[in-house]
Design a protein around this ligand. Structure first.
Ligand code: URA
Length: 197
């Protein structure tokens, strides 16, 4: 199967993901699952938490207010969306924008695991603590886990099935929207990705 076919299979499974407790809410609101977007050969993969309303309405990750700030940070390191891959741990929008539950994360994570195997990124940038928590544990970095306020902007070295992978622990871009004073911190942290361009 080509990368495209494998990704399409993930899409088809997620569209029909009736086992998810969010499935009835998605269909009742005519929302889309948000699979991911970008290059299947990306060196840099971004993983957020779960789609927001704008994303669920369009089926595209980070296309709302947080996405605008993500685009701005990408351009600040000379990157564009088309050259990276952007997705989330949970592919459906939890109702009322609540945090995903541990059960939902466990249910959706195997799709993310498969996307990582398809893309084989050199660095996975986690956006926010849920994504950081899941991915650091997945790659055996649980002993290095600390609150995001302590380890934001750091790079951790790990091993994937396909070779070495770095995990970059970044704040969620929404942080800069509700606390403008954090914009420069997020922008500075983003610079850890420069060496993967
Ligand atoms: N927040 C996320 O974590 N992911 C999105 O796709 C949009 C907002």
């Amino acid at each position: 199967m080509t990368k495209y076919d494998e990704m399409k299979k993930i899409r088809d499974e997620l569209v029909d993901f009736k086992q998810s407790p969010i499935y009835p809410y998605r269909t009742a609101n005519k929302y889309f699952p948000v699979i991911g977007e970008g290059s299947h050969d990306a060196h840099i993969m971004f993983v957020g938490e779960a789609p927001g309303k704008t994303e669920a309405k369009t089926g595209r990750p980070f296309c709302g207010a947080s996405g605008k700030f993500l685009d701005y940070m990408l351009s600040s390191i000379g990157m564009v969306r088309e050259k990276v891959y952007i997705t989330n741990v949970v592919k459906d929008r939890p109702e009322d924008n609540r945090d995903p539950t541990p059960e939902e994360i466990a249910l959706y994570a195997p799709f993310l695991d498969r996307q990582i195997e398809i893309i084989q990124p050199r660095v996975i940038a986690t956006l926010g603590r849920h994504s950081m928590d899941y991915l650091m544990r997945k790659f055996g970095l649980e002993l290095e886990l600390e609150p995001i306020s302590k380890i934001h902007g750091k790079l951790f070295e790990a091993h994937a099935s396909y070779g070495p992978v770095s995990i970059a622990t970044l704040y969620h871009p929404a942080v800069a929207l509700y606390n403008g004073g954090m914009r420069d911190v997020l922008k500075k942290d983003f610079e850890v990705l420069k060496k993967f361009i």
